[in-house]
Design a protein. Sequence first.
Length: 289
Amino acid sequence: MESIVIYSFPAELVYLRYFAAQIAQESITSSMTNLWNLQTLIIKPKEGKLTLPITVWKMVKLRHIHIDNAYFSLNDGKELLENLETLSSPSFSCPKGVELLLRKTPNLRELACSFVDFKDDLFPKLDFPAQLETLEIHLATGSMIDGPCNFPSSLRNLTMSRFSLGSCHESNIANLPQLQVLRLVDIVFDNKEWKVRDDEFPELIDLKVEDCVFFEEWNVSDDALPRLHHLVLRKCQYLKVIPDCFQEISSLKSIEIKWCNKSVEKSGIDILRTKVEDYQISDFRVFIN
């Protein structure tokens, strides 16, 4: 269905539960609310952004919305999408829009979104949704954001792209009690250094660091990352080494290194030797591409 291109929204198909298509429009008319029974809405704009009408908030049976580069019409009304569980990929131009959408979707579990045209704005207040488990946020080129990055304690899976982290950019990600998967893409680390302290990332299982050119030094305390299973490093060309303490993480099962420098590859091989030869962990793996 996603390969079908339509030029107007089929508002007459009132009993539809699932709808997926490409659309050759920049906006959808308010008549879309005629689809009162719709639960899954998947739309790919043929080009550019797609603006949804304010009446989308009346489609109370919606559970899943997946629209590339979607712009929601928002107001302070009482309408809620209480059944909505997954939402991707809305674009927001101000923190208030993010906060208002989250308040209107109290049972949202998965959100992927972009921050566009942020100009020295404060990071949105995201630490209140009780149900949110998976979050992917991308900061668009040319946007700037300030203030602490605080996330809901319910998060299990977090992807951050193009943000700044470190001593000058506060964040609570290291202390999220349920976080199991963390993916950091094109992150600017303050002073090109990432410090991971004792007892941080207590439940993290999978860590992926990708396309980080502002990442040279990595200092990890011995008691950090106690449950880590898998480490992935991709396109971290300026990272010097993987810290020796990864040898001591008993839960660690594999390291993947791709398009990093030779010293990172060597430190990965050194960790492999220690795990296999000294600690007799024969199923530990290091993948180098």
